[in-house]
Design a protein around this ligand. Structure first.
Ligand SMILES: Cc1cc2nc3c(=O)[nH]c(=O)nc-3n(C[C@H](O)[C@H](O)[C@H](O)COP(=O)(O)OP(=O)(O)OC[C@H]3O[C@@H](n4cnc5c(N)ncnc54)[C@H](O)[C@@H]3O)c2cc1C
Length: 405
């Protein structure tokens, strides 16, 4: 036997890995669990650098995992926040059409929302839009009352606290560097020692494809990092936004277009855009990692993706470099804002799985194999849906590994 022995090891202390670990300690308390996180604390990447929105589930294809797990996950997230005193607010949002061309997409969103079981969705005109968001302008809009906001870093802290209270172990500063399979165990090498386990769940976010390969499996996709940059609305102008103001998204892209978000703290930010990052955890434009960049460039799917989406990629880059262009996109929703109202804010990096044919994986992708399970694509709304993603993963894993309650 190699090192301390566990029934299950999870890789990754983001909202998904933590939610899965929490679900294990609740449903299968007899399973000895170890969660390994490479950073000094949990939620240092996507889970701590996002918009903090509790998505309603309106955007996703009816029947998809995203649609099912987001709608139920949003309700579970609100209940979790309520139960544990985590700041949250169900503030609603408006999706605003500023062009007639957008009307069919707005109608399609309303159809999707109703098909996904959202309640209270309401198409509204310019006057009602003004009652809800007095400074927003549009020709038509959709009011989504069930959308909310929270602080996912605080949610992660609470997940971690509960995991430890239920007997699970979380080890930070423990980057996984090697995974070896033996007849009756999997051996995991980390920066803090060697551990052995009967089964392994990979929730490594931006590195989930590499962990899958390290475990001897073929992920079949590559994780391509897309940085999302925000501007903050200066506090004196924050009153221009009551809650959440979104544009009508382009259905070809999973990213939603720059929008306004009033966070639980009351701060209002604008963004995020979506620019290709040259480093998997590259939060600044100047961040480059030659290994990350060259592995993206050597993946045939990358070039096929670039061939399909170069136009929108270029305009995202332009908006990243030009504050005038970024603010121009926001002025369509809120004509009163000007460049001086914004200062550069935070950024986050999304993990987007890309297939060899260049297409972006749209739905959540969870891939089980004999003794491992890989979570390969959990972009937004995965923070919202984390409790339900965890339940789904455990339904599969517990059957596969014959865990009895
Ligand atoms: C800009 C932006 C805005 C977003 N907005 C929203 C939103 O409003 N609402 C919403 O629901 N979702 C949103 N999302 C999506 C959401 O944040 C992610 O889907 C979610 O956080 C993914 O969680 P995760 O646990 O898979 O990944 P992560 O949070 O990235 O966690 C993965 C963890 O694995 C660790 N790890 C990696 N490699 C190793 C290794 N070798 N050894 C040990 N540990 C390792 C990392 O350090 C990291 O902590 C947004 C995302 C971004 C980037």
């Amino acid at each position: 036997m190699h090192g301390s022995r566990y029934n299950v090891i999870l890789v990754g202390g983001g909202v998904v890995g933590l939610a899965v670990a929490l679900e294990i300690t609740r449903r299968f308390p007899q399973q000895q669990l170890l969660l390994l996180e490479k950073e000094e604390a949990v939620a240092r990447h996507q889970s701590g650098h996002n918009s903090g929105v509790i998505h309603s589930g309106i955007y996703y294809k009816p029947g998809s995992l995203k649609a099912r797990l987001c709608v139920a996950g949003a309700a579970a997230m609100i209940e979790f926040c309520r139960e544990h005193g985590i700041p949250h607010k169900v503030c609603g949002k408006v999706i605003v059409a500023t062009h007639q061309d957008e009307f069919p997409r707005l109608e399609e969103l309303c159809r999707r929302g109703n098909a996904n079981g959202l309640t209270g969705l309401r198409p509204i005109g310019p006057e009602e839009l003004r009652d809800i968001e007095p400074h927003a302008r549009g020709l038509r809009a959709l009011y989504v009352p069930s959308t909310g906001v929270t602080d996912y870093a605080a949610v992660c802290q609470k997940y971690a606290e509960l995991i430890s209270a239920h007997g699970g172990t979380i080890l930070t500063s423990a980057a996984v560097t090697g995974i070896k399979h033996y007849a009756d165990e999997i051996v995991v090498e980390t920066a803090r020692g060697v551990f052995s386990t009967a089964s392994l769940i990979n929730c490594a976010g931006l590195f989930s494809d590499r962990i899958s390969r390290m475990a001897g499996d073929d992920p079949g996709v590559m994780i391509v990092p897309f940085r999302g940059e925000y501007y903050d609305l200066v506090p004196e102008r924050a009153a221009l936004v009551r809650a959440l103001i979104y544009p009508v998204p382009d259905p070809r892209f999973p990213f939603l277009g720059v929008h306004f978000t009033r966070r639980v703290t009351g701060k209002v930010d604008a963004g995020p855009n979506a620019v290709l990052a040259l480093k998997r955890e590259g939060y600044r434009r100047s961040d480059v990692n030659l290994g990350d960049a060259s592995s993206s460039l050597m993946f045939p799917g990358f070039w096929r993706m670039a061939a399909q989406h170069w136009r929108s990629g270029c305009s995202e880059y332009y908006r990243s470099l030009s504050k005038t262009a970024f603010v121009g996109a926001l002025q369509r929703l809120l004509p009163e804002v000007c460049k001086a109202d914004f200062v550069r804010g935070d950024s986050g990096v999304r993990a987007q799985a890309v297939k060899p044919d260049g297409s972006l994986v749209d739905d959540f992708q969870i891939v089980p194999s004999a003794r491992t399970l890989h979570v390969l694509n959990v972009p937004s709304p995965a923070a919202t849906a984390s409790l339900l993603i965890a339940r789904t993963i455990l339904d599969t894993a517990s059957q596969m590994w014959a865990w009895a309650r």
